[in-house]
Design a protein around this ligand. Structure first.
Ligand code: SF4
Length: 357
């Protein structure tokens, strides 16, 4: 029997957690090669032109993984057009002659839908085994969330960024090897201590910027032209509330979470606006209340939930004179344009800071 070689689309460092989920449904996990311009070119070439750019990246990932031998393609999502991607990806891949199994998991009720889905499809797996493996994946994602949150807030102020970069790579490799939640906690603790030991020279009042928007382009650094790294070079403390562990909780306790977000986003939103749009507005209000210097909002071109969020964001910006920089990405976005606008935004925030000091 042909071994089942599973692959997922890449999403930043979270491939470490995705590999654990993949081990449930296949014999081997094949990671797509790191995303490059080629990935996007292949994806864009075979995608409908107007579809949002995450679709194109994911299709590029799948094709590159199939070239490496993957034969089971898994995609998770829901809450917007993402829930229909599976059918279209499947049809395109079939038309291109790729003979693969395609698994689309609609996890609109978070972890519960995932558990139900896996049990229905693989009844030979016990609930205990499914839950243990998914918990391991969740804990790995949470460890990444915690460590990378520290990095975003401090990487702009460490004296040796090369040492920090190497430490981050070692952390991901060790986390990848961790086979139990106990080992995951140990790796997280050890590396937290190592990161805290690095020399960080942060001013008393650094520039603090929030980073919100659509799930994929916030979390996949290639797709946002490495905005986080760019801001670190300017010495900005970056806060990104969107995380994988947070997203799992969001969909698992959806109604409660949405009520909380709407309270936070009041009076700018009265209803949920789909995917992570409600969060973008709620978080913008939160950043204003916390005295942040500005906000960056990113979305793929044509992304309806984030387009819905933008009028509310404009009003927050006007009411509080709060600077917000908007980016919209598609497969033809120019890197130079992004860098120039980021630089101008940073200069403006610095001038405001000096002026208000
Ligand atoms: S949130 Fe927007 S960009 Fe992301 S998959 Fe949904 S529609 Fe596309």
């Amino acid at each position: 029997m042909t071994p089942r070689r599973v692959c997922f689309p890449l999403l930043g460092s979270y491939y470490v957690a995705e590999k654990v989920v993949g081990s449930l449904v296949g014999d081997e996990v094949i990671l797509p090669p790191p995303i490059t311009k080629r990935t996007l070119e292949i994806g864009a070439k075979h995608s409908p032109e107007a579809v949002c750019v995450p679709f194109k990246y994911m299709l590029g990932n799948f094709i590159e993984a199939v070239e490496l031998g993957a034969n089971v393609l898994v995609q998770m999502g829901g809450g917007c057009r993402l829930g229909c991607y599976g059918e279209v990806h499947r049809a395109i891949l079939r038309r291109l002659g790729y003979d693969c199994e395609y698994i689309q998991v609609i996890n609109d009720h978070g972890i519960l839908s995932l558990i139900r889905f896996i049990k229905a499809r693989y009844p030979q797996l016990s609930y205990l085994h499914i839950c243990t493996v998914l918990y391991l994946a969740y804990e790995k994602a949470r460890a990444i969330d915690i460590i990378e949150d520290y990095l975003r807030k401090n990487v702009g102020f460490v004296t040796r960024t090369d040492a920090l970069e190497r430490l981050h790579q070692r952390f991901l490799a060790d986390l990848d090897r961790a086979a139990t939640t106990k080992e995951v906690h140990q790796v997280k603790q050890d590396y937290e201590a190592d990161f805290y030991r690095l020399d960080v020279q942060k001013p008393d009042k650094p520039l603090r910027v929030g980073f919100v928007g659509e799930f994929y382009v916030v979390m996949e650094p290639f797709s946002n032209f490495f905005i986080e790294k760019q801001l670190a070079r300017y010495g900005v403390e970056l806060h990104r509330p969107l995380t994988i562990a947070g997203t799992v909780q969001h969909y698992t306790f959806y109604n409660r979470h949405i009520r909380h977000l709407l309270r936070q986003a009041s009076p700018y939103l009265t209803h949920a606006i789909g995917a992570h749009g409600t969060e973008s507005v709620a978080q913008a209000v939160h950043f204003v209340q916390q005295g942040f210097d500005g906000l960056i909002h990113v979305k793929p071109f044509g992304c309806m939930p984030e387009i819905n969020a933008m009028p509310a964001l404009h009003r927050v910006s006007e009411d509080y004179h709060f600077p917000i920089l908007y980016f919209s990405f598609d497969s033809l976005t120019s890197e130079t344009g992004i860098k120039t606008r980021l630089e101008a935004f940073y200069d403006m925030l610095m001038m405001r800071k000096v002026h208000h000091a």
